[in-house]
Ligand binder design. Structure first.
Ligand SMILES: [Zn+2]
Length: 415
């Protein structure tokens, strides 16, 4: 529940039960600006009186904060008035027309880039082939080249880039250092620092995160289950990893290594895993277990289409493989459901085209293995965000930092 402290002059504080506590009035004002901006994002069109009534901030404070957000071109007046009981009100909506958030996803054979506006509208979606597997330097050069082109495009559209977040398939610590990305062959790499150098200190923040974490943020903000406060996203690539959102927040764990469900051992005598152990979920239910061949990433898409064709035609061997993979996946999903009790577990990547065959098996396992009735209310669904969910999540992470008070233009003067 929101409550207000410290009345008057835009220095009134809205507190919530979570989140950092501001240290001084500048922080208080930044926090309140963020509260108002979030309210407009969620409730636009809305009036200043609506904001005051819902946030507990007084009307003078709201007027001052709204004026600041209009100055920063984060909010604008629609010019429309709405007749209600009482006097007509000027309605507010998100502006954000001079801004863009960029997300980039590094895959083994491609880089995806997404740019969105402040309200999450897609401005650009690009995918380029990439050979990041060679070395970190070459990888950074390739990513830097695509980011430079995205930034140039945004600049041409007279948009200021708010930030960039890069998704990497691997262990990324809380500082954003890539500890190990096995499929890229990268380890102990400061991709964010290297990218900043490659882009010659571009003047916007660069963040680096695990691909599953960012895909989970994309689902939370843009997906079919957006707004779910307890959500798990499961990547379905060669690797299987989980991005975990609990109580509305991404949970990275102490050092940033949470969500490695792919290396939970399901069978000590199972197939060998990339990590060198045996019978990991990833070895039994990753895409490698469906295709059972050592394919280049470029070939996987074609092979998956063939699997879908065979499954549709009722090919017994294909259906048996999907049944077995679905069973292993269901055991992994049941561990997540027993441990975390999420509202929804979202299957991404190559699980999406295979979902018609995997989901019924997974749901059966869930019903058998979760101790809470009705699987603890946990649904398992296929992602609707497509293959660039993690890139979109990069943009979502940039927008999240705006929502949490890191507004463009810095913290405004105290009145
Ligand atoms: Zn493993």
């Amino acid at each position: 529940m929101l409550g207000s402290l410290l009345g008057g002059n835009g220095a009134e504080l809205i507190t919530s039960t979570t989140g950092p506590q501001p240290a001084d009035f500048a922080d208080v004002r930044a926090t309140n600006l963020a509260v108002v901006l979030r309210f407009v994002r969620e409730h636009a069109p809305c009036s200043r009186a609506d904001i005051a009534a819902s946030t507990g901030l007084n009307k003078a404070t709201v007027s001052s904060l709204v004026a600041d957000l209009i100055d920063r071109r984060l909010v604008r007046e629609t010019g429309l008035t709405e007749n209600r009981v009482g006097r007509p009100a000027t309605m507010l909506v998100l502006d954000g027309s001079p801004y863009a958030a960029i997300g980039v996803e590094i895959n083994v054979d491609s880089v995806s880039a997404v740019a969105t506006g402040l309200a999450g509208e897609r401005l650009l979606t690009w995918r380029r082939s990439f050979s990041g597997g060679d070395s970190v330097n070459q990888g950074v050069a390739g990513v830097g080249a695509i980011v430079r082109r995205v930034v140039n495009r945004m600049t041409k559209e007279e948009r200021h880039v708010l930030g960039l977040a890069v998704a990497v398939p691997g262990l990324v610590d809380v500082q954003g250092n890539v500890r190990i990305a096995p499929n890229l062959g990268w380890h102990d790499a400061d991709i964010g620092g290297d990218l900043a150098k490659a882009l010659r200190d571009p003047g916007f923040p660069i963040q680096v995160d695990n691909d599953a974490n960012l895909a989970a943020l994309a689902e939370q903000r843009f997906g079919a289950h957006s707004g779910a406060s307890d959500l798990v996203y499961l990547t379905g690539e060669m690797g299987v990893g989980a991005g975990i959102i609990l109580d509305g927040r991404l949970r990275r764990g102490g050092l940033g290594y949470s969500g490695e469900i792919g290396h939970v051992q399901l069978d000590p005598d199972g197939p060998e895993c990339h990590c060198g152990r045996r019978g990991c979920l990833e070895a039994m239910a990753g895409i490698g277990a469906v295709l059972r061949k050592d394919l280049s990433p470029a070939e996987i898409q074609v092979e998956i289409e063939e699997v879908v064709r065979l499954a549709r035609a009722g090919d017994p061997a294909t259906l048996a493989t999907l049944g077995s993979v679905g069973g292993s996946l269901g055991r992994g999903v049941s561990i997540l459901a027993n441990l975390l009790n999420p509202e929804v577990i979202i299957l991404g990547g190559y699980y999406v085209p295979l979902a018609p065959w995997l989901l019924p098996v997974v749901q059966g396992e869930l019903a058998d293995r979760v101790i809470a009735a009705e699987a603890g209310g946990c649904q398992v669904v296929a992602s609707t965000l497509g293959h660039d969910a993690a890139a979109l999540g990069g943009a979502a992470r940039v927008l999240d930092s705006i929502d949490s008070g890191r507004l463009p233009g810095g913290i405004s003067r105290i009145p």
